[in-house]
Design a protein around this ligand. Structure first.
Ligand SMILES: [Zn+2]
Length: 434
């Protein structure tokens, strides 16, 4: 399989967020082999597609619970803990493994249509979730949710994901499926349970994803004893391996320094944090300290549209208004957080950028839109501003994953979207009457 994509603008999402003009992206056997100017490109023997807009890497959603498409809109105006206790947890307890597969299928299709080719999912029923991701043609980092609450055994949940990793390996050969540990939080697991789970993850080189300091109230007991959740994680020997800290809204300077020194990645979820009135994470301070920060949509029951372009825009807007400084987070930096930064936060160097050797996950944003009426030949900064501040996901027309065309003309080439929606409708109706 050899594919050359040729467009007037290519954004490789390299560290300086270069804007390449009249450029090509070559993908051979799933991997990128060349990115650069068309005039300098090597001779190419394969399919060549001429595109009219902007090519960029597939976006990386670093924190999601996408099967919750079946719960979208429930308890939408409640505060976090009441929303969890009164709406989410009772409904999730009634969801079957098949329901999770149904919800994930629509979530994966919806994300691909928004240019999101990889999502990190903390959820239950991994086999069904993974098979839906395979059906849609995207990528997933599946973090098996682990909680110590009545009716659930944190130990068997931990053993189950360990056994799965030991049987199938951490990462599939095609890079589509990565397995990980998802201890829910320091308020649903004890410090010693977190220690055990982290040991299992570290022994396998696996990612550990955990909710940290999302709302001001959830972790009062932990803060009273340890000072902060990051301090608890350090004291419990959870840090040191691959750790992804979701939300991380209420962090002190010491917490941020701790994250920087242990290489902890952060999944920043500005839309969810605003909707649940959790606060605004200190992204400028984290970036300045050298913390890898990616963006997350969080679940579709708390955000609710699985649109990572929107998160990039919100990340920039919130950082600016929280600092009362329009220079703190620019369009280029917001775009990098949605792509390369997200991959780095997950500890992955095979996705998140258009670079030789990475997977050929490519998004085409068509320029036939008022957002780009100032022209694709506008100066670099203006073009990036048009993409991040004005256009967002609405003109994502084509998406390739590993060089495979999975979205064409704005629709999945693999899954009948209306059937996927009908599947979710049936689950939602059953949950309502259960
Ligand atoms: Zn979450």
């Amino acid at each position: 399989m050899s594919l050359r994509l040729h467009a007037p603008v290519v954004l490789p999402c390299d560290p300086s967020c270069s804007v390449l003009r009249d450029a090509v992206v070559d993908v051979v056997d799933g991997r990128i082999t060349y990115v650069g100017g068309a005039a300098e490109a090597p001779a190419f023997d394969g399919e060549v597609r001429q595109l009219s807009g902007i090519l960029l890497p597939g976006l990386v959603n670093t924190h999601a619970h996408s099967p919750m498409t079946v719960l979208r809109g429930l308890g939408s105006d409640l505060p976090l803990l009441r929303w969890l206790q009164e709406q989410m947890w009772p409904n999730e307890a009634r969801m079957t493994a098949a329901d999770v597969g149904t919800g994930m299928l629509l979530g994966a299709v919806e994300m691909l249509r928004h240019g999101v080719t990889t999502s990190a999912e903390m959820y239950f029923h991994g086999p069904e979730l993974v098979s839906s991701v395979r059906a849609a043609g995207s990528r997933v980092v599946f973090g098996a949710a682990i909680l110590d609450v009545p009716g659930m055994s944190w130990r068997s949940m931990t053993d189950e994901i360990s056994a799965w990793i030991d049987a199938d390996g951490l990462l599939s050969a095609d890079g589509r499926i990565e397995l990980a540990y998802g201890p829910h939080s320091a308020y649903t697991l004890s410090p010693s349970q977190l220690t055990s789970i982290a040991q299992e993850a570290r022994a396998r080189g696996a990612l550990l994803m955990v909710h940290v300091a999302e709302s001001p109230f959830e972790d009062e007991a932990q803060r009273a004893e340890y000072g902060s959740v990051p301090a608890l994680l350090k004291a419990s020997d959870v840090l040191g391996g691959r750790v992804l800290s979701a939300h991380s809204v209420h962090l002190s300077d010491d917490d941020i320094a701790l994250y920087a020194s242990f290489g902890v990645g952060v999944a920043h979820c500005p839309g969810s944090n605003a909707k649940l009135a959790s606060g605004i994470a200190r992204v400028p301070e984290m970036l300045a300290a050298g913390v890898s920060v990616g963006l997350g949509t969080d679940g579709p029951a708390s955000n609710d549209d699985l649109d990572l372009f929107e998160e990039a825009r919100l990340a920039g807007l919130f950082a600016r208004v929280s600092k009362m400084d329009a220079t703190v987070l620019g369009a280029a930096q917001a775009l990098l957080m949605a792509t390369r930064g997200g991959a780095a936060a997950l500890g992955r160097d095979d996705i998140g950028a258009l670079e030789a050797g990475r997977w050929g996950d490519v998004v085409h944003v068509d320029a036939d839109d008022p957002a780009f009426a100032t022209g694709l030949d506008a100066p670099d900064a203006q073009l990036l501003a048009n993409l991040v501040w004005a256009s967002g996901a609405r003109r994502v027309t084509d998406v390739w994953v590993g060089g495979e065309h999975v979205v064409a003309g704005g629709e999945s080439t693999r899954v009948d979207r209306q059937e996927a929606q009908a599947g979710v409708t049936a689950v939602a109706q059953r949950l309502r009457t259960a």
